[in-house]
Design a protein around this ligand. Structure first.
Ligand SMILES: N[C@@H](CCC(=O)N[C@@H](CS)C(=O)NCC(=O)O)C(=O)O
Length: 221
């Protein structure tokens, strides 16, 4: 039996990626949630994660860590390759955009934390604006080439990798072109993502650094 160790559904972007892949493809797994930033968090992470980070996948005793490596393992062991596009060129492109997400977009990741509970339009400038523009370009090129509705036609690991970006856009409302906006609607209508969001909004833990955009003294802060 697979066991996926994840963080808070409200905040943990890296956990969302493999969770969504498993759920979307209907792969059964046990879920273990470790709430981040609590006093007991480091000890719980040390117990279950070689990197003291989430996500971590257990396949019985065998451990796989890091979101992209976990997605690759699920693709090979559970999906018989269906996690990536079939054509070699599309598969290479899907891997490129997934790796670009995994290793980049630092301004977006630092300035706009995923926060499923939050709906708060926020201004974007400088490096953040550059990240958003690059993401729109990737999405537009992929959707044009594939015809959509997912980046490579059918749902793939690339979509799982960009799901937390959609969540950030959902919270902070950047100006988006038509194709990026349509892609966000596709993602937000996905039943697996909706399950994640429904659980996220129920969570009570608050990580202050990930709560942005409140005015001082405003309810919620
Ligand atoms: N490169 C890793 C990043 C994992 C990561 O940074 N996870 C964060 C939560 S989203 C974490 O576990 N942080 C540990 C902590 O907050 O104590 C991946 O892709 O899985």
């Amino acid at each position: 039996m697979l066991k996926l160790v994840i963080g808070n559904k409200n905040y943990s972007t890296w956990s969302l990626r493999p969770w969504l892949l498993l759920k979307h493809f209907g792969v059964p797994f046990e879920e273990v949630r470790i709430a981040l930033n609590l006093d007991e968090t480091p000890a719980r992470l040390r117990e279950l994660s070689p990197t003291c980070k989430v996500p971590v996948l257990y396949d019985d005793e065998f451990v796989v860590w890091d979101s992209l490596a976990i997605c690759e393992y699920i693709n090979e062991k559970q999906l018989n390759g269906a996690g990536w596009p079939t054509a070699a060129a599309s598969r290479a492109r899907a891997r490129s955009v997934s790796a670009e997400m995994h290793s980049g977009f630092n301004a977006l990741r630092n300035q706009w934390p995923m926060n499923v509970r939050l709906q708060r339009p926020m201004p974007a400038e400088g490096e953040l604006l550059k990240d958003i523009a690059r993401i729109e370009q990737i999405w537009q090129q992929c959707l044009e080439a594939s015809g959509g509705p997912w980046l490579f036609g059918k749902f793939s690991i690339a979509d799982a990798m960009y799901a937390p970006v959609v969540m950030r856009f959902y919270s902070y409302h950047p100006e988006l072109g038509d194709s990026a906006a349509a892609y966000c609607r596709t993602m937000l209508a996905n039943s697996a993502l909706q399950q994640w969001m429904a659980a996220g909004v129920q969570e009570k833990e608050v990580i202050k650094e990930d709560e942005i955009g409140y005015l001082l003294g405003e309810p919620g802060w």
